[in-house]
Design a protein around this ligand. Sequence first.
Ligand code: AMP
Length: 283
Amino acid sequence: MIVTGNIDILRKIVSKERKNAKIISFVPTMGALHKGHLSLVKRAKKDADFLVASIFINPLQFGPREDHKRYPRTKKKDQDLLSNEGVDLLFYPQLKVMYDSNFSVFVDELSFSNVLCGKSRPGHFRGVCTVVAKLFNIVNPDIVYFGQKDYQQVQIVKRLVRDLNFPIKIKILPIVREKNGLAMSSRNNYLSKERKKEAACLYEALLLAKRLINDGKRNQLEIIDEMKKVVKYSKNNKIDYIKIVNVDTLKETKKIKGKILIVLAVYVGGIRLIDNIILNVKK
Ligand code: AMP
């Protein structure tokens, strides 16, 4: 695996691969890799001839009171994991390579960015869109892989690709979970053993909603109330939001019918965790 933080070197390598008419796949990450990330890498490896991954902890997508400084950094382990999965090229840029000191152009998505996580993390998706657009321009991939765990993020990236005409296909892969159902996340590293156990309640609440809907319940307020009870069983948990929305519009849906996203963000011992499931409700 070649590792570089240099944009010119990366571009030369990728364009050489392109000349051989190869399909370039790309998995962007912020590192502290776990099996969720690796599921994307494995799939990307299968689909393409040349696989690029990136690790960049993008400061633009962290709020002033968020965890940018203490975000877990596990460089050596991450490189070994990616190399073992057959990644051909790892882009590992330094901050100053990505953002000039007087950087002044940003990318804003205006339809989906101010609901759900965007409400409690103002500016977050602007940071995501800006770095994703930059990475797409730098790597110039054919297919890019994202996890369903960050469902809102992928919907926004899809808009970015459509509206700014990136010739890129986006693939979304399922959420990889711990044995207790907790969605894998780099932020789980912050949780003590006890909190990790308690954090299983996010998925339990989603499964409860699924069961209630399968049993014929259609009153969304009642379903959300039941979910809240599951999450609030521990005093360490604080709900940011629990919503049932349309999968395409991310708008709250009164009617529980068709493809819906049940999505939540909960602080567990002060650590903000997110999770979701998609249901296709026939009747
Ligand atoms: P991050 O490093 O958190 O920016 O995540 C990089 C990519 O990995 C994003 O597309 C995430 O949605 C995806 N990802 C993170 N956690 C998981 C998971 N548990 N299962 C599947 N994909 C994930």
